[in-house]
Ligand binder design. Structure first.
Ligand code: PLP
Length: 381
């Protein structure tokens, strides 16, 4: 029986003040999986052009610009599906959760995971089951067998892949087995593909289970547009129609962001080539720093996302304590407590699609705090 928690939002630490952090110009921003490289010039140009043409004075189409919607479907390779543009992936997830909630018996997700969809359905009175996946034995991800133990008719599976915060991802065989269980119970799958573009290979659940899968898409991570708030939900027209009938933002998502996203999708290949190279290099720097220190180990290596989860358990450190020490050295990383009621005090997450200088600053701070030497395997504070 997989260990599960029924209240994934319980016991989480308060978020740091991002407003205060934004006042710190020298901060290495490695806590939110955002991308901080020089953006493609085409994207900046599109933002400037849109501003100069005063497009911000207009509303955008309710479901987003047709060109953008088509480019997203083409990027995913999901012919026969359509996209609705949303205010970030999270805006799409909120809409999915609230629009479908009346017909749901339960939302199933993982711990660790990303807490917001669980909270959204809980507000609508839908219970949440978080299957615990913090285990090397299960590859730090959900297995079909574990899903089978908790699934029920009219459930919704919220599957994050690659999994923020651990960095694991699902191969096509694993997804086929998960889909078989979901199909047998008539469950809808929301496949959160926010980190797909960083993965070495990636299969879409929608290819295996098109009739009951909604795919969520983000521009915050791979294109680095987090502050512009742009994402999408993609699905077959029959299923997506349940969401588009009453869009959550009928006045349309940020018009300038849509122009930037169109420009980004047109230069996607060279951009991703560069981004992924830098991400991998930074992951090596972070991993080596941890290996050569007296604290922690990277859980999933290579991570399929733009982040690494580092277990710091078994010693006299809590995740919050580790983050506080790094923040004093101007390196912002995130405590696991944000994303895991059950295991959050045992790990921290470090984002890696950032300037390599920042990864080196992380490495220097970690080495200074926990120099190589004997590991203290004593109790947890
Ligand atoms: C798994 C997951 N889904 C969705 C989001 C939100 O993405 P967006 O910035 O597009 O709203 C995040 C952001 O961290 C995330 O980690």
């Amino acid at each position: 029986m997989p260990r599960t928690a029924s209240h994934p939002s319980a016991g989480t630490a308060p978020a740091p003040s991002f407003e205060a952090l934004l006042q710190r110009p020298d901060l290495a921003w490695m806590g939110q999986n955002t991308t901080h490289l020089d953006p493609p010039p085409e994207v900046v140009r599109a933002l400037i052009d849109s501003t100069m043409q005063r497009e911000f004075q207009f509303y955008a189409p309710a479901l987003g610009f047709k060109e953008l919607r088509e480019l997203i479907v083409a990027d995913l390779g999901l012919a026969g599906s359509t996209a609705m543009i949303t205010d970030g992936a999270v805006g799409g997830l909120h809409h999915v959760c609230t629009a479908l909630a009346p017909g749901l018996s339960r939302l199933i997700t993982t711990d660790p995971g990303w807490p917001w969809p669980g909270r959204f359905v809980e507000l609508e009175g839908v219970p949440v089951t978080a299957v615990e996946v913090y285990s090397a034995e299960t590859g730090y991800k959900l297995s079909a067998a574990a899903l089978a133990e908790v699934i029920e008719p009219a459930a919704l599976l919220y599957l994050i892949d690659p999994l923020n915060p651990l960095g694991s991802s699902y191969d096509s065989g694993e997804l086929e087995a998960i889909v078989e269980v979901a199909r047998a119970h008539g469950a809808i799958i929301v496949h959160d593909c926010t980190y797909r573009h960083f993965a070495d290979g990636h299969t879409l659940v929608a290819e295996l289970y098109p009739e009951a899968t909604l795919t969520t898409y983000s521009f915050s991570k791979w294109l680095g547009l987090a502050g512009l708030r742009l994402g999408a939900v993609v699905g077959r027209p029959e299923l997506l129609g349940r969401l588009t009938a009453t869009p959550s933002n009928p006045l349309g998502a940020n018009i300038q962001a849509q122009r930037a996203a169109i420009a980004g999708l047109k230069v996607k290949d060279p951009w991703l080539h560069r981004l992924r190279q830098i991400n991998r290099r930074n992951q090596q720097i972070v991993t080596e720093a941890v290996q050569h220190s007296s604290l922690g180990h990277v859980l999933v290596d290579p991570s399929q996302g733009n982040f690494l989860a580092i277990d710091v358990g078994g010693q006299h450190w809590t995740a919050d304590g580790v983050c506080a020490e790094l923040l004093e050295r101007d390196v912002f990383i995130r405590s696991g407590t944000y994303q895991s009621p059950a295991f959050g005090e045992r790990f921290v997450k470090v984002s890696t699609s950032v300037p390599t200088l920042w990864a080196e600053r992380f490495a220097a701070a970690w080495a200074e705090l926990w120099p190589a030497g004997q590991r203290d395997e004593g109790g947890q504070s």
